[in-house]
Design a protein around this ligand. Structure first.
Ligand SMILES: Nc1ncnc2c1ncn2[C@@H]1O[C@H](COP(=O)(O)OP(=O)(O)OP(=O)(O)O)[C@@H](O)[C@H]1O
Ligand SMILES: [Mg+2]
Length: 257
């Protein structure tokens, strides 16, 4: 089976070398956890491999993606000029590669137009984020995801679809793409000893003997994302709040008497 490197070698190790060609993988997690940075690595790898690369951005402008990539030494502007990358800007922009509406049919049409422009060959697609397309109609999430997957599989795309939500609104946005996706890469964060820590866990990767551990990640200036060995979660990271524990203890003691 052919696998595409994610562009983060330490992440590839968790999934037997990469994402199986043709898969649609959901990249999920809370704000600032590394979803966009992973997508940037994935596209950069495509540029290096001379794949056909399309990046749809709904949360940040095209310039912002180019600048973030540049911080890690990746020259997206050059890739665009050389015709191996198209960044479709759904937020701003007024050129040919913008979306008029956040509409799933508009998205599909524009992505296929971009693919035709880039030409024949193995294609990488990032949709950052897909949840933006059903913000005002969350009930449609699953159907839209399914439609999208069906079209993309015909066109030889390997896709990262970002889905963003807070834990509290998970039901509203999360479930559509995650059930339909062939894989789920989930980013998480926690604050331990006043320091923000970020983690990644492979929750699903069909046809792959993937890691089952939570791994800590680092975003390194000039380099980008690095995945470290499995995180050892301490009790206090996952423990219930003390007042809840106290109630449980009190109840237990009451029962034992
Ligand atoms: N040059 C850099 N050096 C170190 N850390 C960086 C650098 N650039 C970005 N970061 C870190 O990466 C974070 C942004 O990660 P990213 O954009 O991938 O988050 P995200 O999961 O896509 O969030 P959102 O859901 O808000 O789009 C920043 O908040 C910062 O902590
Ligand atoms: Mg992002």
């Amino acid at each position: 089976m052919e696998r595409l490197s994610t562009g983060v070698p330490s992440l590839d190790k968790l999934i037997e070398g990469g994402i199986p060609r043709g898969f649609m993988v959901a990249v999920v997690g809370e704000p600032g956890t590394g979803k966009t940075i992973l997508c940037i690595h994935f596209i950069n790898m495509g540029v290096l491999n001379e794949d056909k690369n399309i990046y749809v951005t709904t949360e940040e402008t095209r310039e912002s993606i180019i600048n973030q990539a540049l911080q890690f030494g990746m020259d997206f502007r050059k890739a665009i000029e050389e015709g191996s990358l198209i960044i479709i800007d759904a937020l701003m922009g007024d050129d040919r590669w913008t979306l008029k509406y956040l509409d799933i049919d508009e998205l599909i049409n524009k992505v296929l137009e971009a693919k035709k422009e880039l030409g024949y060959g193995k294609a990488r697609l990032v949709i950052d984020s897909l949840s933006a397309f059903w913000l005002n109609k969350p009930a449609m999430a699953r159907q839209y995801s399914y439609t999208l997957k069906k079209v993309l599989s015909k066109w030889d795309f390997t896709t990262l679809a970002v889905s963003q939500y807070a834990i509290t609104t998970m039901e509203a946005f999360g479930f559509g793409v995650e059930h339909v996706a062939d894989g789920i890469i989930r980013f998480r964060k926690s604050t331990r000893g006043n320091v923000l820590k970020r983690y990644v866990v492979i929750e699903k990767m069909r046809q792959t003997n993937h890691s089952l551990y939570l791994h800590e990640i680092h975003i390194v200036p000039g380099r980008g994302m690095i995945v470290t060995s499995p995180a050892v979660l301490r009790r206090e990271d996952i423990a219930l709040p003390e007042r809840v524990m106290k109630k449980i203890r009190e109840r237990r003691e009451g029962e034992e008497l």
